[in-house]
Design a protein around this ligand. Structure first.
Ligand code: GDP
Length: 289
């Protein structure tokens, strides 16, 4: 596929894997830091490679690259990267601060799931922001799926309750729930998310549930700060990393997976409805070099 081939230049293109001397390991560490994987990952991956090269007597450039691919993939494989859609309906709560691409990602995911034959229902749970529900409705139209919404200022819990009732009545396969993303009032935000989760547990006790955190890849270390704040929300099951088309580095994927110990499940690669890809760690590292 080669979705991630463009990151090659930022990572290993200038490097030679032919002689494993100190200079090689210094350059490797530097390349990893420049690619945005974060200092800890860069140091640890370099150290692991050094040890593995010695223990396993790696000699050829291909052997070294293979080992490095494995080491980096391990850092991304921190859980199942597929969505749990094992019940009808399944419920996916989508959280994240404003502007990261939450609405867009919900629209893209709805389109993708519908193409897979699923009956999708969107829930406009961001009743705080003017026009949030309007925007979601536009995406529902593009994807050809249903939406449950109320007026601006409505109680998000009430909208969710309606949406879950509609999903049961209409036999929907998946409910995608948009949520408010205001972070300047963190305590309230977290309380609201907990409330929404409680409603889902009460209305659909046995349902497969996901909580996906949407993060913007172009915000680099800021994204990590946001991730840390949302980490406190119990039950985070996956990351959607948007705007990966807007960065030349890409290492933030590893930094975030490591920071949260939660798998990246999807990546956004553009503004169009088809620009969302399920994330596969092996594909990512395979494309790098
Ligand atoms: P929300 O406030 O989190 O719901 O964010 P929106 O979904 O409204 O998206 C904010 C902006 O980011 C919009 O202009 C989107 O087109 C853009 N956007 C979202 N995802 C991607 C992506 O993967 N790549 C690019 N280039 N732009 C994106």
């Amino acid at each position: 596929m080669g979705l991630f081939k463009k990151f090659r230049d930022a990572w290993f293109a200038p490097m030679s894997f032919d002689s494993l001397d100190d200079d090689f390991y210094d350059r490797l560490e530097e390349s990893l830091i420049l690619a945005d994987v974060g200092m800890d990952v860069a140091l640890d991956a370099t150290e692991k490679l050094r040890r593995r090269a010695y223990d396993d007597r790696l000699l050829t450039a291909d052997q070294v690259k293979g080992a490095l691919r494995e080491i980096l993939a391990e850092k991304l494989e921190v859980g199942d990267s597929r969505l749990d859609l094992s019940t009808q309906p399944s419920v996916i709560l989508v959280i994240g601060v404003n502007g990261v691409g939450k609405t867009t990602s919900i629209g893209k995911l709805a389109y993708q799931l519908k193409k897979q034959g699923k009956k999708v229902l969107l829930c406009a749970g961001d009743t705080f922001r003017a026009a949030a529900a309007d925007q979601l409705e536009i995406w529902a139209g593009r994807a050809g799926v249903d939406i449950v919404r109320q007026n601006e200022g409505a109680d998000p819990g009430a909208v969710l309750f309606d949406a879950l009732a509609a999903a049961k009545a209409r036999r929907s396969d998946v409910v995608l729930v948009d949520t408010a993303g205001r972070l300047h009032n963190k305590a309230n935000l977290m309380k609201e998310l907990a409330k929404l989760r409680k409603i889902i547990d009460r209305e659909l006790p046995g349902a497969a549930k996901e909580t996906l955190l949407v993060l913007d890849a172009t915000t680099g270390q800021n994204g990590l700060i946001q991730a840390r704040q949302f980490k406190e929300t119990a039950g985070l099951t996956g990351i959607v990393l948007t705007k990966l088309d807007g960065t030349a580095k890409g290492g933030i994927v590893i930094a975030i997976a490591q920071e949260l110990q939660v798998p990246v499940k999807y990546v956004g690669l553009g503004e169009g409805i088809k620009d969302l890809a399920p994330f596969d760690a092996k594909e990512f590292v395979g494309d790098l070099f």
